[in-house]
Ligand binder design. Structure first.
Ligand SMILES: [Ca+2]
Length: 283
């Protein structure tokens, strides 16, 4: 039985019984041969999202409603002893940031069980699963990266307060190395201890490009007293070290939003706080 993660590493696992998977996303593929002819039903015990197929037919999809394990049952399926069925279980740990906040211990859980009149509910055992079978020619398949399980907090402002001269830090769209999620709307408020110079640099930025950044965008609102200045919007790819802004201000609000399609790798922004009378950095 194969367990592929999004980096296409392939691991052979005896069955699907992971209380704490190593992977944010995985696809399990196997040949199933039942020990008896009977009506079976499969049970997926999961935290996150999954899709379960038999012989290419999707029997069950679902997503846990919280960071707690949830069970999903297929309908009864007639399986014959000595027949071979291709089994695919695709998994993604994509619970929302809110769920993660509510259940910080939520683990990447995915387990496949079954039951029949002859077999009490149990994890589908390794003895019924095969990973080497001629039908598997043409593998491996590629699966594309799925949602970010720890995205930036949508519709909430992340506040960085009392930033003073000499302070530096960084913030980002969510998990580094993973694409941001669709329909994000995240804000960061950088609040100076007084009037200071905010320098914001790109560590990396890769946001879906559209003219005018009408789909996905990063935008800054720089506030100094009564004035507010919009900087951006930014999208596409910007190089490391790119100076997004260097302004005297009391606060800077950074807004990232994405629409419902096409995601990219996101961004990481570094800030440094200088004295308000210092010159812009030279790069
Ligand atoms: Ca988009």
């Amino acid at each position: 039985m194969m367990n592929r993660d999004i980096n296409l590493s392939v691991e052979i696992v005896p069955n699907i019984d992971q209380y704490n998977s190593n992977y944010n996303a995985a696809i399990f593929e196997a040949i199933l041969t039942p020990p008896v002819t009977a009506d079976f039903r499969f049970i997926v015990d999961v935290i996150g999202r999954f899709s379960f197929s038999l012989d290419g037919r999707v029997l069950l999809t679902g997503r846990s409603q919280s960071g707690q394990p949830q069970l999903f049952n297929t309908t009864w399926v007639h399986l014959s002893r000595d027949e071979y069925y291709t089994l695919t279980l695709q998994y993604a740990f994509d619970i929302s940031a809110d769920m993660l906040a509510a259940t910080p211990t939520a683990s990447r859980r995915v387990r496949l069980l079954w039951e029949s009149s002859a077999i009490a509910q149990a994890v589908v055992p390794p003895t019924s699963l095969y990973h080497s079978f001629e039908m598997l020619h043409g593998f491996p398949k590629v699966i594309t990266p799925v949602n970010d399980p720890a995205p930036c907090a949508s519709n909430r402002i992340t506040e960085l307060r009392n930033l003073d001269v000499g302070d530096t830090g960084a913030f980002q769209h969510g998990t580094p190395g993973r694409m941001y999620n669709s329909d994000s709307n995240c804000k960061w408020l950088l609040h100076g201890a007084g009037l200071v110079r905010f320098n914001l640099f790109i560590d990396y930025l890769d946001i879906e490009y559209t003219p005018g950044c009408s789909a996905d965008s990063l935008q800054l609102q720089v506030g100094a007293g009564a004035t507010n200045e919009i900087v951006g919007p930014f999208c596409g790819v910007l190089p490391r070290g790119f100076l997004l802004t260097s302004r005297r201000a009391n606060e800077v609000t950074v807004t990232f939003s994405s629409d419902d399609a096409v995601e990219r790798l996101g961004f990481n922004i570094t800030y440094s706080i200088d004295r308000e009378d210092s010159p812009p950095p030279t790069s």
